[in-house]
Design a protein around this ligand. Structure first.
Ligand code: PMP
Length: 358
């Protein structure tokens, strides 16, 4: 039985990448040493990290005046790093509260002593649509505006980036990084852990405009952008294996035709599932149509017990990790870059059969 993994992250990776890692694990580049054993100061790793950076630049058309940095600590680490590095003028941040992770980012900044103004929230709508704020926002008032491009738990996404005057825009791309095309120039900074679309957990990608990187005092070195720029992301020992594996996924993505092509496939995959759900008399997705995510699709029968049975039925068919997040319940299918169309078709077939029996 073919197993398809619909987990929200860490998540499915391309089979060919897993195979390549397996083949190369005992000896990287004929060195007789494993990638897990080599120094981050070696020429070999230098080449790996520089190539990964260049591939990020090529794939996302990153302008020259942006830095591509590799951190540890996940998106959560960046919830702290971003205010500490960027909110140096007003110590005041604007936020669009589109869900759990946007709210967590706000909480972390608040904990650290920054003022966080929630300009709009769809909490009262159970985050089933995106919040919008139509006024211009000034950099005289706020250091930046934080948005979450894709809301992993709730299943919404900004497919068009909202424009808000001259304020610096910060985007949490954790769950749709390189799954759909965005213009890096629309943002001052974008970030996300790679463990959903781009690699194994352990690497956090940050792309930041040069003028936002300043010497900042009294913050942890491990979260200091200026230091990481100066040290080419090797201020301390970086996660060597994880950066290597991420590099392989980036190469795979290039081989697939890049982000434009993968977005086309992601749309096809998402439509297949949404079309089924919209026609179904048993299952439904409750997200406002224009705000639906390509990568995370929650759905439910509306009956907790029946949802449980459906999760059981999918697991028996080799369709794994479809349980919805505990705060939403129901089921959730995460259709990241490495999920093939066949996997989504298998899911739809299984749900269709389940529906016939219930
Ligand atoms: N932001 C979003 C949108 C996420 O989905 C997640 C993790 N699921 C995070 C932030 C937190 O990231 P991490 O687990 O890498 O700290």
């Amino acid at each position: 039985m073919t197993i398809y993994n619909f987990a929200a992250g860490p998540a499915t990776l391309p089979d060919s990448v897993i195979k390549q890692i397996q083949d190369e694990l005992p000896s990287i580049n004929g060195s007789g040493m494993s990638i897990m054993e080599i120094s981050h100061r070696s020429a070999l790793f230098d080449n790996i990290i520089n190539t990964a950076e260049q591939d990020v630049r090529d794939l996302m058309h990153v302008p020259e005046n942006y830095h591509v940095l590799f951190f540890q600590g996940g998106g959560t680490g960046q919830f702290a790093a971003i205010p500490m590095n960027l909110a140096t003028n007003h110590k005041r941040i604007a936020l669009l509260d589109s869900g759990h992770w946007a709210s967590r980012a706000g909480d972390e900044a608040t904990n650290l002593g920054y003022q966080v103004d929630v300009l709009a929230s769809t909490k009262d709508q159970h985050y089933q649509e995106l919040p919008h704020y139509d006024e211009p926002i000034s950099s005289n008032q706020y250091d930046y505006l934080h948005i979450t491009t894709n809301n992993t738990i709730e299943g919404t996404a900004y497919h068009k980036i909202p424009q808000h005057g001259d304020v610096t825009l910060v985007g949490d791309l954790s769950s749709n990084f390189m799954a759909e095309e965005y213009n890096v120039k629309d943002f001052g900074l974008i970030f996300g852990g790679v463990q959903k679309n781009l690699g194994p957990a352990g690497v956090t990608l940050v792309i930041v405009r040069d003028d936002l990187v300043k010497p900042v005092k009294h913050i942890p070195s491990i979260l200091n952008y200026n230091l990481f720029v100066k040290k080419n992301s090797m201020f301390n020992t970086p996660p060597v294996f994880n950066i290597y594996a991420t590099g392989l996924v980036l190469k795979w993505l290039k081989d697939q035709g890049g982000i434009a092509e993968i977005e086309k496939r992601n749309k096809q995959k998402a439509s297949l599932l949404y079309d089924f759900l919209d026609d179904s008399k048993l299952f439904a997705n409750h997200i406002k149509e224009s705000d639906r995510s390509l990568t995370n699709i929650p759905f439910t029968t509306g009956d907790e017990d029946l949802d449980k049975q459906a999760i059981q039925a999918t697991a028996e068919a080799g369709l794994m990790n479809l349980k919805g997040h505990r705060s939403v319940g129901g089921l959730r299918a995460s259709l990241y870059n490495a999920m093939p169309l066949e996997g989504v078709q298998a899911l739809v077939d299984c749900l269709h059969n389940f529906e016939k029996q219930h």
